[in-house]
Design a protein around this ligand. Structure first.
Ligand SMILES: NC(=O)c1ccc[n+]([C@@H]2O[C@H](COP(=O)([O-])OP(=O)(O)OC[C@H]3O[C@@H](n4cnc5c(N)ncnc54)[C@H](O)[C@@H]3O)[C@@H](O)[C@H]2O)c1
Length: 275
C-alpha cells in the first residue's frame, strides 16, 4: 500500500511510535490522518503537526479499551475524512510482574493491548470489505514473538495481538483485507523510558536485549513494509534470528533467556508490581 491519498487512523497517536507514524504518513502524502488517543492535548499537538504540512487532520480523544469509543472513532473519521483505508491499532500499555498481578490489572492490559484490536477489526472490516479492501496495522511487540522478561501481562497480551493479526490476515484476505504486524524491541518512548526509570526489569531487559531505536526509525520500517504489503515488520532485524532460534530449539532458547533473566532479575522478585 502506498500512503499517498489514503485516509489513516492511528490510535495511541499522541506519543512515541504513534506520533511518529502520524507525521510520517502525512509526509508520505496521506489524504487525511486521524490522531486518536486518550491524551487529548497530545492528540491536538500531533494533529497540528500533520495539518502544518497541508494534510487534513483530526484529533480524537478516545479510550480504545472501550468498544463504543472505537466505534465512535470510526464513525467520526469516516464522516469527516472519508472511508478509512488504513487503521493502525497502536495504543498500548506496559506492566511489570507475573502471575501475582491482580486480575483487575490483567483485565486492564488485556482491554488495551488485545480487545482494542478486536474492536477495531469489528468496526472497520465490514465497510472495508464492502469497498473491496483495506489495511490493518497492529502494533504488537517483539514480546509477542519472543518474551518480555519481567512482564507476563505484556508478553501474554502481545502474543495475543500477534495471533489476532495472523488470524485476520488469513481469514479476511479474500475480502481484500491486508494486515501488517509491527514487532519492535526497544524504542525510545515514554512507555519504555518510564519503565526503565522506575527500575522495572521489564524495561531494563529490553535495553539489555539490543539497541534502542527512535520512533522515526520505526515509522520508516512501517512505511517500507506497507509498500511491500509484508506481514511482519521487524525494525530490529535480529528479532528474526531470535525467532528462528526459538523455533529450531526451544529448550536452548529458554536456557539462553533464563541466563539473560539472571542478569536483570532484581534481588527481590517479584517486587511490588508497577502498573
Ligand atoms: N517503546 C517500545 O520499546 C515498544 C516496543 C515494542 C512495542 N511497543 C508498542 O508500541 C505501541 C506504542 O507505544 P509507545 O512505545 O509509542 O508508547 P507511548 O507511551 O509513547 O505511546 C502510547 C500511547 O498510547 C496511548 N494509550 C494508552 N492506552 C490508551 C487507551 N486505552 N486509549 C487510547 N490511547 C491509549 C497513550 O496515551 C500514549 O499516547 C504500544 O502498543 C507498545 O506496546 C513499544
Amino acid at each position: 500500500m502506498e500512503l499517498a491519498g489514503k485516509v489513516v487512523v492511528v490510535t495511541g497517536g499522541a506519543s512515541g511510535i504513534g506520533a511518529a507514524l502520524c507525521r510520517r504518513f502525512a509526509a508520505e502524502g496521506a489524504a487525511g490522518v486521524a490522531v486518536a488517543d486518550r491524551d487529548a492535548a497530545g492528540c491536538a499537538a500531533v494533529a497540528g503537526d500533520v495539518g502544518s504540512v497541508g494534510v487534513q487532520s483530526l484529533a480524537v480523544e478516545a479510550d480504545v479499551a472501550t468498544e463504543a469509543a472505537v466505534a465512535a472513532l470510526v464513525t467520526q473519521v469516516t464522516g469527516e475524512l472519508g472511508p478509512i483505508d488504513l487503521f493502525c491499532a497502536n495504543a498500548g500499555i506496559g506492566m511489570s510482574g507475573g502471575a501475582e498481578v491482580p486480575d483487575s490489572e490483567w483485565q486492564r492490559i488485556w482491554s488495551v493491548n488485545v480487545m482494542a484490536h478486536v474492536y477495531a477489526a469489528r468496526a472497520v472490516i465490514p465497510s472495508m470489505a464492502a469497498r473491496g479492501g483495506g489495511y490493518l496495522l497492529t502494533t504488537a511487540s517483539a514480546a509477542g514473538l519472543l518474551t518480555n522478561l519481567g512482564s507476563a501481562p505484556y508478553t501474554v497480551t502481545k502474543h495475543a495481538a500477534v495471533a489476532l493479526a495472523e488470524w485476520l490476515s488469513i481469514t479476511h484476505a479474500h475480502q481484500g483485507i491486508k494486515v501488517s504486524c509491527l514487532c519492535p524491541q526497544g524504542v525510545r518512548t515514554p512507555l519504555l523510558l518510564e519503565g526503565v526509570a522506575a527500575g522495572d526489569p521489564a524495561g531494563s531487559s529490553v535495553l539489555a536485549a539490543g539497541a534502542m531505536l527512535e520512533p522515526d526509525d520505526v515509522a520508516r520500517a512501517v512505511v517500507e513494509a506497507l509498500a511491500e504489503e509484508r506481514f511482519l515488520v521487524l525494525p530490529h532485524p535480529e528479532v528474526a534470528t531470535y525467532m528462528r532460534h526459538k523455533a529450531e530449539d526451544p529448550d536452548r532458547w529458554l536456557r539462553g533467556m533464563r541466563r539473560l533473566w539472571d542478569t536483570v532479575r532484581p534481588a527481590e522478585w517479584p517486587g511490588p508490581s508497577r502498573c
